[in-house]
Design a protein around this ligand. Structure first.
Ligand code: RIB
Ligand code: CA
Length: 313
């Protein structure tokens, strides 16, 4: 089987960095986007879905879009207006959606495209894992048709929403536990790599200098996304979600290690933590994920600039 293009379903909660993940996925000849599904995360499901539809119109991404779960499996949604704004994608104006929303749910659309695809499909997940968990529970028979799940989530050293938990995992730890125990191959881009995927002000200026609408909108998304992070001392905007796509497109830019990772679903302080065991710990902690630990930041920025320029408008 030719390795490329890889057929993918993009499950996301746009979100500025989700938007740039979609920009990368659409632009790359190494990926073929079969469907886009939305989750509640950065904002409510209605807002993330509206954002996904507008982003896909801007990018000319004609894949079907389906709305996912309105809340996590347990508990209430957590949103991030402090980072992504009240709309979930504050900043540049975007076109009104051109395509109607699919009548299918996220789980139904994912099952449809995976069943119909002639080869195994990769799920790129850059929001809470609610939809992916529900799909795995509803369609265990389709697990062999999933090549892998490339997800942005977790962090072995620390969290970013609580000291122990990263946002995507914290919103729905039960869903993450189902996914990490599913037996489906997992490629985990956690904070260990995404906090190194920093886009500096000089990088943003380089993107803006490309010219055209996609360049302008991407630079303005990054400007907005950087405001919160600059305010807490980051040297750049951490491009979390694009890592989950970039690692499929250019794996040679990334440092990937086998790791045993479990999800903490209980605890007063550590709910939502991704607890990793370094190789060599007891056999019961055999690796269950491939964990992305580092990247060639310059190469990552070059990939992003190439993708923006490839739109040609
Ligand atoms: O912790 C970062 C993750 O949470 C990213 O996916 C961002 O979009 C938010 O969903
Ligand atoms: Ca996200």
């Amino acid at each position: 089987m030719e390795p490329f293009p890889i057929p993918v379903v993009c499950d996301c909660d746009p979100g500025h960095d989700d938007a740039i993940m979609l920009l990368l996925a659409k632009a790359s000849p190494r990926l073929r986007v079969l469907a886009v599904t939305t989750s509640c995360g950065n904002q409510t499901i209605e807002k993330t879905t509206w954002n996904a539809r507008r982003i896909c119109t801007l990018l000319g991404l004609e894949a079907p879009i389906a709305m996912g779960a309105a809340k996590p499996l347990c508990g209430q949604p957590i949103t991030a207006p402090n980072i992504h704004g009240q709309s979930g994608l504050d900043g540049p104006r975007l076109p009104e959606p051109r395509l109607p929303l699919s009548a299918l749910t996220a789980v139904e659309l994912t099952a449809k495209v995976i069943s119909e695809c002639s080869e195994p499909v990769t799920i790129i997940s850059t929001g809470p894992l609610t939809n992916t968990a529900c799909f795995l529970l509803a369609h265990p028979e389709l697990k062999p048709r999933i090549r892998q799940i490339s997800l942005m989530g977790g962090g072995l050293a620390h969290g970013n929403w609580t000291p122990a938990a990263e946002f995507n995992i914290l919103v729905d730890p039960e869903a993450a536990d189902i996914v990490f125990r599913s037996g489906v191959p997992i490629l985990m881009s956690g904070l260990d790599v995404t906090l190194k995927a920093l886009i500096t002000e000089a990088d943003i200026a380089r993107i803006r200098a490309i010219g055209g609408e996609i360049s302008r909108v991407t630079a303005e998304w990054l400007d907005y996304f950087y405001v919160f992070h600059k305010g807490i001392g980051y040297a750049g905007a951490p491009l979390h979600d694009p890592c989950a796509a970039a690692v499929l497109i250019r794996p040679e830019l990334f440092d990937i290690r086998p790791m045993h990772v479990e999800i903490e679903t209980g605890g007063e302080f550590c709910r939502g933590a991704t607890v990793g065991a370094l190789p060599g710990v007891e056999d019961e902690y055999a690796p269950n994920v491939r964990c992305v630990m580092g990247l060639d930041r310059e190469g990552f920025v070059d990939l992003l600039c190439e993708a923006v320029a490839s739109y040609g408008y």
